[in-house]
Design a protein around this ligand. Structure first.
Ligand SMILES: [Mn+2]
Length: 360
């Protein structure tokens, strides 16, 4: 059976906090590929800025650790007291796991991270890279988990719940499906309940495998059902920047600990920078070693499409032309491919979900 922790090829100590600093050490895990590295960095910065009383040890599970990233993290360590370790994950082995077009295999990094760290530390706070910290996390760290394996918040966007829980043969998940962007993990309960092994078994179960839509998130939900402690929504306030152009955006609540930018448009995307909702990310980027890092431009069709819709919504003619041409270029490139390649391209192109904000 698959052992997730064995997929860690090696680890790199990026920076180590001064041991004379007597703050509480909090283990914070991220699992994201290099495409999300700007998000990971700024998420960590937002946590440091809002929590001067703790000393985080960041554990980054990733596919690539560029020298420039290490340099900037070390620069950040001159200002804040924290440790950081990067873990390189064997992506060749992960690529054999089920994913549909919509997700890269790096979605499984979070399971690798938790499985690995559950043998090393007592408690892990897993965070997605598209999460900005907006306040103190001390109340979250003091949560009494009793024998729950995971503390998390309800998912605001669980699609076709009735059908899906039936398909996954997981009635215990009904009405209790959580979002996996913020997970507080009780390592001993995770091990005692054999959660990693249940996830690995789920991956081998044809019925579950075929019904998976959010892969890693579905698998964790099924595996920890009944051993979950639900947290106040402020610990994972899920917000889609694409709601801005759809006209369905609602004002952010006052009291937010973690703001989770769900949906395909992320706050590090060039076309999101004018929204006040992106400020929770951009303000931390602006006063960090990543201040001059360029915002990300579209690099696949679904992003060109969203970028164009945002530019039109914001009545930015120049940007709309640029993104419209980019989208056209994608269509032309696809049209030039042979039928076989075209079939492959179709399979590889993320399709928008009918009802979902998708793309956590
Ligand atoms: Mn996310």
């Amino acid at each position: 059976m698959l052992s997730f922790s064995k997929l860690v090829k090696h680890q790199i100590l990026i920076t180590k906090a001064d041991s004379g600093d007597h703050k509480d050490i909090v283990h914070i895990a991220y699992g994201a590929d290099n495409n999300f590295s700007l998000g990971t960095a700024v998420s960590a910065v937002s946590l440091l800025k809002n929590n001067p009383n703790i000393q985080p040890h960041f554990h980054l599970f990733t596919d690539c650790v560029p020298a420039d990233f290490v340099e900037k993290c070390q620069q950040l360590a001159e200002e804040y007291s924290f440790s950081m370790t990067a873990y390189l994950v064997d992506t060749d082995k992960l690529s054999t796991l089920p994913v549909k077009a919509r997700w890269p295999s790096s979605i499984y990094f979070r399971i690798v991270a938790i499985d690995y760290l559950a043998n090393e530390v007592d408690r892990i706070l897993y965070l997605d890279s598209d999460i900005a910290c907006c306040g103190s996390i001390s109340s979250l760290l003091n949560v009494d988990m009793v024998d729950a394996a995971v503390a998390a918040c309800l998912d605001i966007d669980f699609i076709e719940e009735g059908d899906r829980v039936a398909l996954m043969n997981a009635p215990e998940v009904k009405g209790k499906y959580f979002n996996s962007g913020v997970l507080l993990v009780n390592a001993s309960a995770w091990r005692e309940h054999g959660v990693s092994a249940k996830i690995a078994r789920g991956l081998c179960d044809p019925q579950i495998k075929d019904a998976l839509l959010y892969y890693d998130q579905d698998l964790i939900n099924i595996a920890v059902a009944g051993k979950i402690l639900f947290l106040d929504g402020k610990y994972n306030t899920q917000y889609s920047l694409n709601d801005e152009y759809k006209g369905t955006a609602s004002a952010l609540p006052e009291d937010i600990t973690f703001l989770h930018y769900i949906g395909a448009t992320k706050p590090w995307h060039q076309w999101a920078k004018n929204y006040s909702s992106a400020e929770h990310f951009l303000q931390h980027k602006a006063c960090s070693p990543w201040q001059d890092a360029p915002l990300v431009e579209p690099h696949k069709k679904i992003l060109w499409r969203h970028a164009l819709k945002h530019a039109r919504h914001q009545r930015q003619l120049g940007a709309a032309i640029k993104y419209g041409l980019g989208l056209l270029a994608c269509a032309l490139k696809k049209g030039r491919k042979s039928p076989a390649a075209q079939h492959h391209a179709d399979a590889g192109e993320p399709q928008p979900l009918r009802k979902s904000k998708a793309l956590r």
